[in-house]
Design a protein around this ligand. Sequence first.
Ligand code: ZN
Length: 603
Amino acid sequence: MRIHYRIQPLDLASHRFAIQLTIAQPDPAGQILQLPCWIPGSYLIREFARHLVRISASCTGQTVPLEKLDKSTWQAAPCQGPLTVSYEVYAFDLSVRGAYLDQTRAFFNGTSVFLQVQGQEHLPCYVEFNAQDFSANSNWQVATGLKAESIDEAGFGNYIACNYDELIDCPVEVSDFASVEFEACGVPHRMVISGRHQADLTRLSLDLKAICEYQIRLFGEPAPFDRYLFMTMAVGDGYGGLEHRNSTALICNRSDLPLAGDEGVSPAYRQFLGLCSHEYFHSWNVKRIKPATFAPYDLQQENYTTLLWAFEGITSYYDDLCLLRSGLIDLDAYLQLLAQTATTVYRGYGHQRQTLEDSSMDTWIKYYRPDENSPNELVSYYTKGALVALCLDLHIRQQTQNRKSLDQIMQALWLRYGRDFDQHGLGVGEQEWEALAAEVSGLDLQDFFDRALRSTEPLPLPDLLGHIGIEMQKRPASGANDKGGWQEPIAKPALSWGCRYSADAAGIKVSHVFYEQAACRAGLAAGDVIVAIDGLRANTALLERLFATPNAAQTHVLHIFRRDELMQLQLAPEMSPADTIGFRIKKESSQQEIDNLSIFTGN
Ligand code: ZN
């Protein structure tokens, strides 16, 4: 019983892979084959089968008819086997979620290229990357979390996954990447970087080692993998990551990466380290401790859970906190990151309109399908989830005089659900997360969770932070680039039109209009193009002049195109609302507050 895949570039210029799948003992009733409709970690139906073309099947030299059953499912006519299925996949998606092929690089997730053999998902899968098949570029090497069976120095050869689930959880990078290796708690780790860059790999490896060792020790040694791979694509403008069981695929700006001689941690590098920290933390929280509805995944349809605040929010909370606790950034830098997270939540109305549980359930149709109204109606379970995690941590510490914390809940989740997931396959039930938190902390957390997850009431952030000697400031934005942070004295508030737009020499295009703010009152809509303001051509320069000489009382006459119809509107700018957050350590903290803070930060 053997499942064997061979994947090769069919044509680099037209971005097509050729895949040959051989099934030793196909279902005698007619083998069913399916491609996943989504990739775990990214909750949107993507229908990868739309890029699968020219599929055919044969058995001992004879063509076997294939019938298409639905958008992502085929059935071969009954045959004795072995059954060979050949198909092409178009691959030109640079994101971490799909597959990509050109002269510079081959990258793919198994969800894009490997058909699932129905009824045989539990069997080992063998994968072949033949060096001759990839010979177009002699400098190419292979990097993947898959287990090598027999490979050459560049990594070409045969790999094996213990089942289909593992096969599609190990993306593959083939390119002339840069590579650096390091150990964390004795476990081999590797970072490969594709794309043009001049990163200081030694610096990177030292910083990653600190993060990885902190996290391994947080959950308790040994690490849940015997090796780990960071796969990074460096580009001019891009950001993203996707977690896997023993690897992660990342995309970043090349300017985020540290250069030789750089000192300190720049905001851009801090963001990259935060991304690495985030995806690595997922090795425990979502890849092994996972919602029951993901155990196993149903890859043909949406898998609903209310728990994404715990899996993404808590991971977002720890990603930056781990930078602080592992000594890579200081408390001021951490409070700056926290202020940016909080500012993201409090800007827009979504946090007053959608609960975190609803945000989680509806991620398939909302978070992953943002539109012009999203800032008004959508709250992110990443950012607000991170604030809830912070509040939960502080609440438990306060109520138990620092005897308990979120760390212990995560460790308990790990022992109960995560560590032995491969044996028991049990995920966290929808009610079980809160029950375990109550059990570990010894507290009745019903009111806390009702408020944080099932209401849009404000979080008790100022009170809880006060207990560790941190003050919170809520102030108006001081300009378009104000992402949050403590300000003293508070700068003069900027004028606000209450919309998002992009401006160029030709005009100003409105992309989002916020409820109950100036643009909304004026009657502007997303998609409108403002062509004149007070009788003058609207462009970047005019806008800058208007904002440089603010007069809140002045009403502007706007000429706009809505579709191809000219309209005239009157807009009265308003002062920016107090939606920007800052945090700082109190000037005169009590000894108790100082002690509470140091226990929280791990310093
Ligand atoms: Zn995540």
